[in-house]
Design a protein. Structure first.
Length: 234
């Protein structure tokens, strides 16, 4: 079944835009007619970037863990595009494999900075503009955030934080900005294929991007504060 959206005349901001999921979200919004502001610390011409900068996307190279950098980028987006209608907080990373007593502070801080701090800062500075457009935020949490587990506690905790901040934003901005989270499991990405044995049950990032678009669209006008599973059979 094919699904299409009409985002003509809207502006979508996508963080983590150079990664597998972020680039798929950029393509989804772009195909639906939105102007896309793609944000990442990894430039499109980098070896590990999957973002195609052509076709109407404006790229902003930004350290999403630095508040001044984020604030400046959001100001630039509004100056250049006039508005913000959708924010997809996709920037994230994974670290794991060690029990808590063997986990370094550096590793703990890294996953919280990249997974939670980036979501907080992008949302904080985009929210005043999203209020003006009755906009929507979709942030990437994780299926594993729903419970504790062995070996990747800091990652799970950071993604649980994303989910709880999403619920908070939804409550604080009820009636103006819709905020939802998605819960992926294992996505079919080049990095995951390097780290693990590939499985047919893994989810295509393009399918997850469709769900993000749906949550930003008029198809979900009363959905806010939700945590939506997107793990299929994975």
């Amino acid at each position: 079944m094919s699904v299409s959206f009409d985002f003509d005349g809207t502006v979508a901001v996508v963080t983590g835009a150079s990664g597998a999921l972020g680039s798929a979200v950029v393509e989804q919004f772009r195909a639906a007619g939105a102007e896309v502001a793609a944000i990442d610390v990894v430039a499109p011409d980098a070896d590990d970037s999957l973002l195609d900068p052509d076709g109407g996307t404006t790229f902003y190279e930004t350290d999403l863990t630095d508040e001044d950098d984020v604030a400046g980028t959001i100001d630039d987006v509004v100056d250049e595009h006039g508005r913000i209608d959708h924010l997809a907080n996709v920037a994230g990373t994974w670290r794991g494999g060690d029990p808590i007593e063997a986990t370094s502070l550096e590793s703990f801080e890294l996953v919280h900075d990249v997974n939670l701090k980036t979501m907080f800062l992008a949302s904080k500075h985009a929210l005043p503009h999203l209020e003006e457009t009755d906009g929507a935020i979709v942030s990437v949490s994780a299926r594993s955030s729903l419970e504790g587990g062995e070996g990747d506690g800091p990652y799970r905790a950071s993604k649980a934080g994303v989910r709880l901040l999403t619920e908070t934003i939804a409550e604080e901005h009820r009636g103006t900005v819709r905020a939802n989270a998605i819960l992926p499991s294992v996505l079919d990405t080049p990095m995951n294929r390097e780290m693990m044995e590939p499985s047919d049950d893994w989810v295509d990032p393009a399918d997850v991007a469709t769900t993000i678009a749906a949550l930003c669209s008029d198809a979900a006008p009363v959905t806010s504060g939700a945590a939506v599973p997107v793990y299929g059979e994975a």
